[in-house]
Write a protein that binds this ligand. Structure first.
Ligand code: NCD
Ligand code: ZN
Length: 342
């Protein structure tokens, strides 16, 4: 197949930051995607309805035809009234829980998940989805095991206690996560990034350290990569597209203490198309990219379509923002699929 037309997709996990960088990166996303779940981990996190609404308006000013699906940063002030205010805001689609210290801008995250159960209960009764960065923050746990330990220690209990709570395990990186989601109740889903399908830890660490392949959860050994690939192509509606595109400037990545996050938004749908095609599953791309996420979030499918064509598509070496550089995922490589611009 040399051309495919699909319903315009949604990116169900996206970081866009604020200010000039937001204005640059959201345009890249909006070319390909109709909507995106916007992560709340700004330097000053989005912790209530008012902040979410202001952020929503900021994004809309830049890309009026794009639909930002806002989220709130899980915090201890989410009492009944706060949740009611959040629920009344039609632009909010979930609450994102970061264990404190686990990733970029998670310092104000949750210290004790066990103390969150009354909020989970209230979210379940109000049908507000819980989005999880599913890694423990315990520094004594090996970084490659932090997702698995989170599942065993917390997620099993959360899903068992709240069977109606919609839960998204974000950016899954292990076979254990795939198996957990497959076996869990129907309200549990997971997002899958391009990097967790394309990379394993050799791509990060072998033959020289590659800071632009560093993200959290960290990419694992190839058996996990295969499990993620299979999950994305299984046709199971619990697995859907979420890029976790997370821009950091070049100097922040190429540093003695480099930031976690891969900027994939520039060519995200083209990368996914290439991966699906290489596995002879391009026909499954539309469900994964444009339908399953919408169904989970109780949204209608987008009415617009996009067309992808087989064509050499060079990924630029860098993008300039405010005299700084962003290095896109797969910079300098040539992709085999390209978005057709009408
Ligand atoms: C994300 C970021 O930079 O905001 N980084 C990352 O490595 N994925 C945060 C996150 O999703 O963990
Ligand atoms: Zn993320």
């Amino acid at each position: 197949m040399n051309e495919i037309t699909i319903i315009k997709p949604d990116d169900m996990h996206l970081h866009i930051r604020e200010g000039q960088i937001m204005q640059t990166v959201i345009k890249h996303t909006a070319k390909q995607f109709a909507r995106a779940i916007i992560m709340p981990n700004l330097d000053n996190p989005i912790i209530d309805a008012e902040m979410a609404y202001n952020y929503f308006l900021d994004i809309k000013k830049t890309v009026p035809d794009f639909e930002p699906l806002m989220t709130i940063y899980f915090n201890e002030h989410l009492n009944n009234d706060a949740l009611d205010r959040i629920q009344k805001l039609e632009c909010v689609y979930g609450i994102k829980l970061y264990p404190s210290g686990v990733t970029t801008n998670s310092e104000k995250g949750i210290r004790s998940i066990d103390d969150c159960f009354s909020i989970f209960e209230n979210m379940e009764s109000k049908d507000i989805p819980l989005l999880l960065h599913g890694e423990v923050n315990d520094p004594s746990i090996d970084i490659f095991d932090r997702e698995k330990v989170f599942i065993d220690k917390y997620l099993v209990k959360i899903c068992k206690s709240f069977p109606k709570l919609r839960v998204v395990l974000e950016h899954i990186s292990t076979k254990e996560a795939v198996d957990f989601v497959v076996e869990a109740h129907k309200n549990v889903a997971a997002t899958i990034t391009p990097q967790h399908m394309l990379l394993n830890r050799n791509d990060l660490l072998s033959g020289g350290i590659k800071p632009h392949n560093y993200c959290l959860p960290i990419v694992k050994r190839s058996s996990h990569q295969k499990a993620i690939l299979n999950a994305a192509m299984s046709g199971n509606k619990k697995f859907f597209l979420g890029t976790d595109s997370a821009p950091h400037f070049k100097h922040q990545k190429e540093s003695s203490c480099g930031c976690a996050g891969i900027y994939s938004a520039l060519t995200a749908i083209e990368i996914y198309a290439q991966i699906f095609d290489e596995h002879n599953e391009i026909n499954k791309l539309e469900n994964f990219a444009s339908k399953f996420g919408a169904e989970f979030y109780k949204l209608s499918y987008n009415s617009d379509k996009i067309t992808l064509i087989k064509n050499d598509n060079f990924v630029p070496n860098k993008i300039e923002v405010e005299n700084q550089e962003l290095i896109p995922f797969l910079a300098g490589e040539s992709l085999k699929w390209q978005l057709k611009i009408n």
